[in-house]
Design a protein around this ligand. Structure first.
Ligand SMILES: Cc1cc2nc3c(=O)[nH]c(=O)nc-3n(C[C@H](O)[C@H](O)[C@H](O)COP(=O)(O)O)c2cc1C
Length: 369
């Protein structure tokens, strides 16, 4: 489908992309080494194979040891990790691609097993009653420790360091993972944040930590290299519940982001059916597009057809594809040539090694075999 709007180049003042097809951030748990370093053989090859995307956003990468919450996820806080990522960014750039790194702190979604028995950090001491993927398999989450002001300050510094490291590693930009029930989302949401200081209570207060991190990062890297991600209608997942303040909170944040000069705002359509859920917004792109004047990226269950439609209608500028990129390294070529998409294997999403990671064939390879 040569006239698919997804294939049009995209040029804004901060972002120039060869097409509007973005690879969504996806944890793949393949940094199987002591220091959680991405390697040339695995992550280098995986991302290079997908470099025809207009933009790649890497898997969530923890900004510190305290930020981790899943097995074998790479970090962006140590020298060795920066060196590992340098190999990845070079391979993507050599293929003419662009790549942002997603900066991640899981907050209360972590487990004491990752922190030598210490409690994970969160805005408030409220257990998400979810599960954490630990080295010994899935375990129930615990009641986390409410962050002190000092720990908040420390975490802001960790994001600044990670942003600086990302530039050193050669990334074209960073995406703040302020989505999907992790640390920032825990500050935004009334069920996970019951603080009575300046980080809790009002909408402005619950958004404060996010903006402090964004402001701090803007001091050390160009603001136009920062993207942010939200999932406004997330409900009953990762201990997050929609209430009357939820959508107004995201409206406040997204409107305020017009005062910033970001690379993009990245939103997800609801992960579950929220049509019967009070206070939910069912059509995220349509709802938030009029509120934000910069580049808007949209995600969740898009196809070549619905991606074309959302861009043609003007409700989004870019579309992020997740699972389709796992099993179709050449997703862009498949959209160009109208080739059927290969199905992904859920059983190998998070397993070590190349199986289900770098061994998905392109359509061209399938034809020649
Ligand atoms: C295996 C897997 C890992 C994921 N890891 C992340 C992650 O690290 N960060 C993030 O923001 N979203 C993550 N997601 C969510 C995806 O970015 C995306 O929102 C989701 O897959 C829906 O898009 P899709 O329907 O195109 O797959 C993950 C999804 C999958 C399937």
């Amino acid at each position: 489908m040569k006239d698919n709007a997804l294939l049009q180049p995209y040029h804004s003042k901060n972002l120039s992309l060869k097409n509007r097809i973005v690879m969504a951030p996806m944890t793949r748990s393949r940094a199987v080494n002591e220091e959680r370093v991405p390697t040339n053989e695995l992550q280098g090859l995986y991302y290079e194979q997908r470099a025809s995307a207009g933009l790649i956003i890497t898997e969530g990468s923890q900004v510190s040891e305290a930020a981790v919450g899943y097995v074998n996820t790479p970090g962006i806080y140590s020298k060795a990790q920066v060196e590992g990522w340098k190999l990845v960014t070079k391979r993507v750039h050599d293929k003419g691609g662009k790549i942002f790194i997603q900066l991640w702190h899981v907050g209360r979604m972590s487990h004491p097993d990752f922190h030598r028995g210490e409690l994970p950090l969160a805005p408030s001491a409220i257990n998400p009653n979810s599960q954490s993927f630990t080295p010994e398999g899935f375990k129930d989450t615990v009641t986390p420790k409410e962050m002190t002001k000092f720990e908040i300050e420390d975490t802001i510094n960790d994001f600044m360091n990670a942003a600086t490291n990302a530039m050193e590693a050669g990334f074209d930009g960073v995406e703040i993972h302020s989505s999907n029930g992790y640390l920032f989302h825990q500050f935004f949401n009334g069920t996970s944040n019951v603080r009575t200081d300046e980080y809790g209570g009002s909408i402005e207060n619950r958004a404060r930590f996010f903006f402090e991190v964004l402001d701090a990062m803007s001091e050390v890297i160009p603001q136009e290299k920062i993207g942010v991600r939200f999932n406004p209608s997330l409900h009953n997942l990762f201990g997050i519940t929609l209430d009357k303040d939820t959508i107004p909170t995201f409206e406040y944040i997204i409107k305020k982001l017009n005062d910033y000069n970001l690379a993009y705002v990245h939103l997800s359509e609801p992960f579950t059916d929220v049509s019967e859920v009070p206070y939910a917004v069912t059509d995220i792109a349509k709802h938030f597009r009029p509120l934000y004047h910069g580049t808007l990226m949209i995600n969740n269950q898009f196809t070549a057809e619905t991606g074309h439609e959302v861009i043609s209608s003007g409700d989004a500028d870019l579309v992020a594809f997740g699972k389709p990129f796992i099993s179709n390294p050449d997703l862009v070529e498949r959209i160009e040539q109208d080739i059927e998409w290969a199905q992904w294997d859920q059983d190998t999403f998070y397993t070590p090694g190349e199986k289900g990671y770098t061994d998905y064939a392109s359509a061209k390879m399938e034809q020649s075999s």
